[in-house]
Design a protein around this ligand. Structure first.
Ligand code: NAI
Ligand code: MG
Length: 352
């Protein structure tokens, strides 16, 4: 019996609703499989925890997490209690950076039973590899003066190591898929970092002559996500570009509520972290109607990471069947609750 020890951080808002749903599905999946077992340990780190302790997680939080095989996280953020930049940097970005989760992968594909807002979604199936350790999301900069003279300076950081690493990951991934990598650039408008990005991309692609490539400026690329997403296979993007692009990816699937994501540690020194693209959705929190699919599909990415790909594929098939049969939460045009969708997925898994 293979055992996976997983740290669970439901976080805030609907994270507390969709994480228990996904945990239930994963337990069911393990039962059906028979040869694996999940051991989940839950941590209450959140904005409420911050109000009580003055910290999003305890001082030894990272040491505690380090011993787990993976971290399964819901969403962080409750702007009514804690400013977003404090909650986000206090835990999410802290974990991503400290645990060297240098790659963020986010798939988007045409999903059976979902109403894509696109007239012709044409079976698109793409995956964004987002550089997750540097780029535009840096602490370098500062603010000075008040009033009319007030200034903010924010520096972006692009290293050869970080850039190349993300690109190589994208090329390796493309080899396992349809063999195409698109680079998201903006070397016309951004004077230093993006020409550097292009240079590294041109270097790295020499090592993958079997993989086809394209390079688009991020503005045009974002538009192509809407007008012809089926031309893409793997897209490699900087931290900010990848973040924005993947919300569009979620939107063209039909809802951000189904979009999954994984923060991958490549050197094996620390656990990877699995969290859906969406946030804590304060507008629907507590109503029991949050879509659990983003969190459950994120669980599938965790299974892939553990090498349980076959099990993951089965899970995704069942989710698509349930959606195609109309058992859907309101964000994707249905009337079902979080609980009903979760129970239906579990019921069908048990039938496998
Ligand atoms: P959001 O993703 O929480 O919500 C955007 C819209 O999508 C809302 O209308 C919401 O109801 C809907 N939505 C999101 N997930 C859904 C689901 N599973 N089912 C049904 N509908 C869903 O983004 P927003 O409103 O910008 O941020 C809210 C809070 O979440 C903020 O504090 C923000 O900082 C935080 N946040 C955290 C993230 C994370 O933990 N990775 C990512 C994005 C935002
Ligand atoms: Mg985002």
């Amino acid at each position: 019996m293979k055992k996976y020890e997983i740290a669970v951080i439901p976080g805030d808002g609907i994270g507390k609703e969709v994480v228990p749903a996904a945990v239930k599905v994963l337990h069911t999946l393990a039962d059906v499989h028979g040869g694996i077992r999940f051991e989940f340990t839950e941590f209450p780190w959140s904005c409420e925890y911050y109000l009580e302790h003055g910290n999003m997680m305890p001082d030894d939080g990272l040491q505690i997490l380090q011993g787990f095989d993976a971290i399964f996280l819901g969403a962080i953020g409750n702007p009514k209690l804690v400013p977003d930049h404090i909650s986000l940097w206090g835990i999410l970005i802290k974990i991503r950076r400290s645990f060297e989760q240098v790659i963020n992968i986010r798939p988007a594909k045409y999903f059976r039973g979902l109403q894509s807002p696109l007239v012709n979604p044409n079976d698109f199936d793409l995956i964004v590899v987002r550089e997750n350790s540097e780029g535009e999301y840096s602490e370098i900069g500062g603010r000075i003066h008040q009033g009319e003279d007030e200034i903010a300076i924010q520096s972006a950081v692009f290293t050869r190591k970080g850039t190349e690493r993300a690109m190589r990951y994208a090329f390796e991934l493309a080899r396992k898929r349809r063999g195409h990598v698109t680079s998201a650039t903006k070397s016309n408008g951004i004077y230093h970092s993006m020409p550097f990005w292009d240079k590294i991309f041109n270097e790295v692609k020499q090592d993958y002559p079997d993989v086809e490539t394209a390079s688009y400026h991020i503005d045009a690329l974002t538009a192509f996500f809407v007008t012809r997403p089926q031309i893409f296979d793997v897209i490699v993007a900087s931290n900010l570009f990848g973040d924005i692009l993947t919300d569009v990816g979620g939107a063209i699937m039909g809802s951000i509520g189904i979009a999954p994501a994984a923060n991958i540690n490549l050197n094996g020194k620390y656990p990877s972290m699995f969290e859906p693209v969406h946030g804590s959705a304060p507008d629907i929190c507590g109503k029991g109607i949050a879509n659990p699919i983003g969190q459950i599909w994120t669980g599938k990415m965790m299974l892939d990471h553990f090498g349980e790909n076959e099990l993951g594929e089965k899970l995704l098939d069942v989710i698509e069947d349930v959606t195609a049969d109309g058992i859907k939460t309101p964000d994707i045009g249905g009337k079902a609750t979080t609980k009903e969708v979760t129970e239906e997925i579990c019921r069908r898994l048990k039938r496998l």
